[in-house]
Design a protein around this ligand. Structure first.
Ligand SMILES: Nc1ncnc2c1ncn2[C@@H]1O[C@H](COP(=O)(O)OP(=O)(O)OP(=O)(O)O)[C@@H](O)[C@H]1O
Ligand SMILES: [Mg+2]
Length: 374
């Protein structure tokens, strides 16, 4: 059937009604299956509307389970309130205390702090002064806060935010932290001096079940594709593949790529073949995200591990040192960071005659990593 002329797309036709709905930063109108989480978050934020400090909150859950979307939805609603300011900081991008506060400054003043270098103290002072003068409550979401932990900046950042009212009288700040690294015990990892002022409400975002994934993706596909492009059997396949990873982003990316693949064949409809081909790329959305914004040293280490997959940390260091001249301490930090990102695994193994040593291996196919490093 697909060879019939009426099944073929002409050069100026497309399967997409609105391709934008499959983009990474698209905020969906419909946000189902997260009612209880949204209620809990609303409960924590409600005091802000009355001019009081909101409850601090910790949101946790695996990747692609709607955490960021939930924060964006509620911040959107709070945006209508006159005396509440909301700022979401992406800690993968802004991963130091200074960077976080620069972003907060920008959120509040609507312009960036002077790039000529203003001290943290000044930055902090100007920010809090403005909040107090305007009698505004500030709600800060530290999204992907796990990156602050990887850089050892979490305690200082949280400490400054949570103790702001002690150093700057009258200031009202509430903090939402969002983490998708379930192996990270956030409370345990922060300094005791900060722990004592951080008793957050906890909200958990579990993985979506396959029927939830199916209905979310159907809704997205109906908006994004023309009628008849994606039938139920194909949707089912996409939902299964998405459920395997648990990350809804895989499904959304898969829909877009399958659509593009169908167009490449000049087909009006998405077939299994389009989905399987697209999945080869879409299954790595998480890897792409982890590798986005890695530093030059992290990249250098990763390239060395690709060539020495499965070898001992000590042996790999020799190759790494040759490439970079970096010391062993720095090397260990970089190994830990790539391990936390889930790109490599550093596992202790018994080595004959040398006791216990770490073995470094790739968590993805080397080609998949290499493709995303370029
Ligand atoms: N209930 C839902 N309804 C519609 N779309 C959703 C829903 N939950 C998540 N999404 C979509 O799935 C994608 C991933 O969601 P989101 O970015 O909120 O996940 P996350 O939990 O913040 O993931 P990560 O921990 O990796 O940052 C987004 O494109 C979002 O629009
Ligand atoms: Mg997120």
């Amino acid at each position: 059937m697909s060879d019939e002329p009426e099944e073929m797309l002409s050069w100026d036709e497309t399967v997409f009604r609105d391709e934008h709905v499959f983009e990474i930063d698209y905020l969906p109108d419909a946000f189902h299956h997260r009612t209880s989480q949204l209620e809990s978050l609303k409960y924590a934020l409600r005091p802000a509307v009355r001019g009081s400090r909101p409850l601090n909150t910790m949101i946790q859950g695996p990747p692609g389970t709607g955490k960021t979307t939930a924060v964006q939805k509620l911040f959107g609603e709070l945006g209508g309130e006159t005396d509440v300011q909301t700022v979401r900081v992406n800690c993968q991008v802004d991963s130091t205390r200074y960077a976080v506060f620069s972003r907060l400054f920008e959120g509040i003043f609507d312009y960036e702090p002077p790039s000529s270098g203003i001290s943290f103290k000044k930055l902090f002072g100007q920010l809090t002064e403005r909040l107090v003068d305007d009698e505004d409550v500030l709600v800060v979401a530290l999204d992907d806060v796990n990156y602050l932990f990887y850089e050892n900046e979490a305690s200082d950042t949280l400490g400054s935010l949570l103790r702001a009212h002690e150093t700057h009288s009258g200031v009202k700040i509430g903090v939402i932290i969002v983490s998708s690294d379930l192996s990270l015990d956030v409370i345990d990892e922060i300094d005791t001096r900060v722990q004592s002022v951080f008793r957050p409400e906890e909200i958990y975002f579990p993985r979506y079940a396959v029927d939830e994934i199916r209905s979310i993706l159907r809704e997205r596909a109906d908006r994004g594709f023309h009628e008849g492009v994606l039938d139920d059997a194909e949707l089912e396949r996409v939902a299964e593949l998405t459920a395997d990873s648990g990350d809804l982003r895989v499904g959304i990316d898969l829909l877009r790529r399958a659509g593009l693949h169908a167009e490449m064949r000049a087909s009006r409809t998405i077939s299994d073949e389009d989905i399987e081909a697209a999945y080869e790329k879409s299954k790595h959305v998480h890897l792409s995200r982890s590798l986005r914004g890695i530093s030059d040293s992290e990249r250098a280490l990763l390239e060395v591990v690709i060539d020495h997959d499965g070898q001992q940390a000590g042996e790999i260091y020799e190759a790494f040192e040759e490439e970079t001249d970096l010391g062993y301490t720095r090397y260990t930090e970089l190994v830990n960071k790539l391990d936390q990102l889930g790109v490599i695994a550093a596992r202790y193994a018994d080595v004959e005659g040398r006791g216990r040593s770490r073995e470094l291996s790739l968590e993805y196919e080397p080609e998949a990593i290499r493709d995303r490093l370029d």
